[in-house]
Design a protein around this ligand. Structure first.
Ligand code: KIV
Length: 277
């Protein structure tokens, strides 16, 4: 595929692959990745031409209502992944490996990733961490499973990091850069950079031959990702600094439901147009 990932090929009948993402890096084309957790919204994002969807473990918070990503399980995420695969036809669907499903070592990582590929139809998996997960990445790549890395603010390590804070400042930036190169050497096809200084996002992007996907990592990463409920204004509360809200879905949906409920109470819904004779 030589045209840009986002836009020109929206109606392409085949799925985006890791080869397309590699070609986009060479061509200097930027692309969007979005989270998705169900078939209906996956269809909306697919129709919008989004080339990559992530069934993130952020589902723990935005779908299941937990206050961190730590409690979510493989069994929680597999049905969501299956729904996103079913609801899309063009996007590459990446499944997040949840906390506790790969940290034990390569054998555990392979067993978990195999479930996502076989039971949910995922096209790739993502896992968090640098040097400590290299054996896992190598094992998955050797088994033919495309792997996306994730560095910087890695929410599964929130307790070790002492909260959701900017990562990679000062000396830690050099460690992150080394980790990014190691992930690439281990065979990762892309790496997410979460909440790091934009200078570091830029340096990593220029140092790697694989695409970087930024979330709070500045404007020069090869791709950007956001949790869809954040960008659409559905998530309650003050958004993180890197989130730009492109809609007020919470307000819009609330208004729609209130209008319907008011009409139910007033007896004006259903009216003649919305009933059978
Ligand atoms: O789980 C998730 O949604 C993620 C993205 C924010 C990168 O990991």
């Amino acid at each position: 595929m030589s045209e840009p990932l986002y836009g020109a090929n929206r109606n392409s009948a085949r799925r985006i692959t890791v080869k397309d993402l590699a070609a986009a890096k060479v061509a200097g084309d930027r692309w969007p990745m979005i989270t998705a957790y169900d078939a209906l919204t996956a269809g909306v994002f697919d129709d919008a031409g989004i080339p990559v969807m992530l069934v993130g473990d952020s589902a723990a918070m935005v779908v299941y209502g937990y206050d961190s990503t730590i409690p979510i399980t493989v069994d929680d995420l597999i049905p969501l992944t299956r729904a996103v695969v079913r609801g899309s036809r063009r996007a590459m669907v990446v499944a997040d490996l949840p906390f506790g499903s790969y940290q034990q070592g390569p054998a555990q990582a392979l067993a978990t990733a195999t479930r996502f590929m076989k039971e949910a139809g995922a096209h790739a998996v993502k896992l968090e961490g640098g040097e400590r997960v290299l054996p896992q990445i190598e094992a998955l790549v050797a088994a033919g499973i495309p792997v996306m890395g994730h560095l910087g603010l890695t929410p599964q390590s929130v307790h070790a990091m002492g909260g959701y804070r900017v990562q990679g400042r000062g000396e830690a930036g050099q460690t992150l850069l080394r980790d990014a190169k190691s992930l690439q050497a281990a065979g990762a096809f892309a790496v997410v950079l979460e909440v790091v200084p934009h200078e570091l996002g830029d340096a990593v992007t220029r140092s790697l031959a694989i695409p970087t996907i930024g979330i709070g990592a500045g404007a020069t990463t090869d791709a950007q990702v956001l949790v869809w409920q954040d960008l659409a204004g559905l998530t309650p509360g003050k958004p993180a600094k890197f989130v730009k809200q492109y809609a007020d879905l919470r307000g819009y949906l609330g208004d729609a439901v209130k209008s319907w409920a008011d009409e139910v109470v007033a007896g004006t819904y259903p009216d003649g147009e919305h009933q059978y004779s």
